[in-house]
Design a protein around this ligand. Structure first.
Ligand code: UD1
Length: 388
């Protein structure tokens, strides 16, 4: 069996890394499975800070193919991934393609594989926000429709897939591989606090971590400006740390928002305020999340990571495709207005945030279950039959 793993954008790397590590460990332990694999990086994210440092932090092998597609409109970016990936399929002849998450590269490669009778396995299948204004929702629904093996992280994902008519036999509940990376990372980091949290504590302040990149939040001043005002209100009595995604950096510059860049070299105590910085490497970032009083975000994965760490999370979106983080975890959907944002921070600083629990199978062992499922030959045979 020859498998091709696809990564394209930042949130893909931490989901694929533990699965590759599991395959390599089984081979190292003399596993008899007849499996070869390659890794293809589409280049949807290409900045060192958005891509390379993740390979390093996650101990991932360099990709076998780099497609260098870069940024563009959705249509052109998806098309470019499709045409470059089709050429990879010609040359490498994989039996199965493994895609993860919901970025444009995920859908593009799934479509190419499905039309060539190559098996498609989707890791993190079945998540739904039921908001088709999100480009990721379109990617999720369509990727699941063309997948032969659907690997889910939570019970609601299985229900969503059943509702959309996906055959039950194609679905495996395996848990959350992103949490495998998280738990491994936290273990590597040990107990020492992050430098930024230490500097804030030295000044007697808690830290609040912010990430924002959804077009629905950052592309229009009507949502971006009130969010930034909310952060500025909240920052009167704590240190707000805001690693800025490239999309958001552009929008902030367009709005002329007055955010102070963190003095990188300094190690003096931090005074209350909002500090921006470049996107962070994986390990440094999860340490910052772990040490935060609350995290404000519009990311998908961070809602899951904070739930596992028991850190309060305010998701600045009207909906989430990860409802289990709200019903079981520490996540809450918070309106994008300055008062609601400042109130959420206040409640967390005063210890008035709900305590959560960890969803089933978010146990650090999902990649073992994913590899077991991938090695069942049924999904590849199903795709081959389609080819004939
Ligand atoms: C993409 C994913 C989103 C994911 C996010 C994580 C889609 C539809 N969106 O959104 O689901 O949550 O990644 O980060 O696939 N840019 C750079 N350097 C880079 C990458 C991007 O400067 O390495 C800039 C470009 O100007 C680009 C913009 O960021 O136009 C947006 O990048 P793009 O990949 O289109 O979408 P993201 O917003 O990153």
């Amino acid at each position: 069996m020859k498998l091709c793993f696809v990564v394209g954008a930042r949130p893909n790397f931490m989901k694929v890394a533990p699965v590759l590590a599991e395959l390599a460990a089984r081979r190292g332990a003399g596993g008899r499975e007849n499996v070869e694999w390659i890794v293809v990086h589409t280049g949807q994210h290409y900045d060192t800070a958005m891509s390379d440092v993740f390979f390093r932090d996650l101990g991932m092998p360099a990709p076998d193919d780099f497609l260098n597609v870069g940024s563009d409109t959705h249509g052109r970016q998806t098309a470019r991934v499709m045409s470059a990936f089709e050429e990879v399929c010609d040359r490498r002849e994989p039996d199965g393609v493994v895609v993860v998450g919901d970025v444009n590269s995920t859908l593009a490669c799934a479509l190419v594989a499905a039309k060539r009778g190559i098996g498609v396995a989707h890791v993190e299948a079945g998540l739904r926000s039921y908001d088709r204004a999100m480009p990721e929702e379109v990617n999720r629904v369509l990727t699941d429709q063309v997948s032969d093996l659907l690997l889910t992280t939570c019970a609601d994902a299985e229900e969503n897939l059943a509702r959309e008519g996906v055959e039950r036999g194609k679905v495996r509940f395996v848990g959350n591989p992103m949490i495998d990376s998280l738990l491994r990372g936290l273990e590597m980091l040990g107990d020492e606090p992050s430098n930024l949290a230490s500097r804030a504590r030295a000044g007697g302040h808690a830290t609040v971590v912010v990430t924002l990149h959804r077009p629905g939040n950052v592309d229009s001043p009507e949502t971006l400006v009130p969010i930034i005002r909310g952060l500025q209100n909240a920052a009167r009595r704590c240190v707000v740390l805001f690693p800025v995604h490239p999309r958001t950096a552009k929008r902030l510059a367009e709005q002329g928002m007055p955010l102070a860049e963190l003095p990188v070299a300094a190690d003096e105590p931090l005074a209350p305020g909002v500090y921006t910085m470049a996107p962070m490497p994986y390990l440094e970032f999860i340490r910052l999340l772990r040490d935060a009083a609350i995290v404000l975000t519009d990311s998908g994965g961070i809602q899951e990571e904070t739930t596992v760490m028991g850190v309060p999370c305010a998701t600045l979106r009207p909906n989430t495709e990860r409802p289990v983080t709200v019903t079981a975890g520490t996540n809450e959907l918070v309106p994008r207005d300055p008062g609601a944002i400042a109130d959420a921070v206040e409640r967390a600083l005063e210890g008035r945030w709900k305590k959560g629990s960890i969803p089933p199978l978010w146990d650090g062992k999902a990649s073992g279950r994913i590899v077991d499922a991938l090695l069942e030959p049924g999904w590849i045979e199903m795709a081959k039959a389609r080819r004939a």
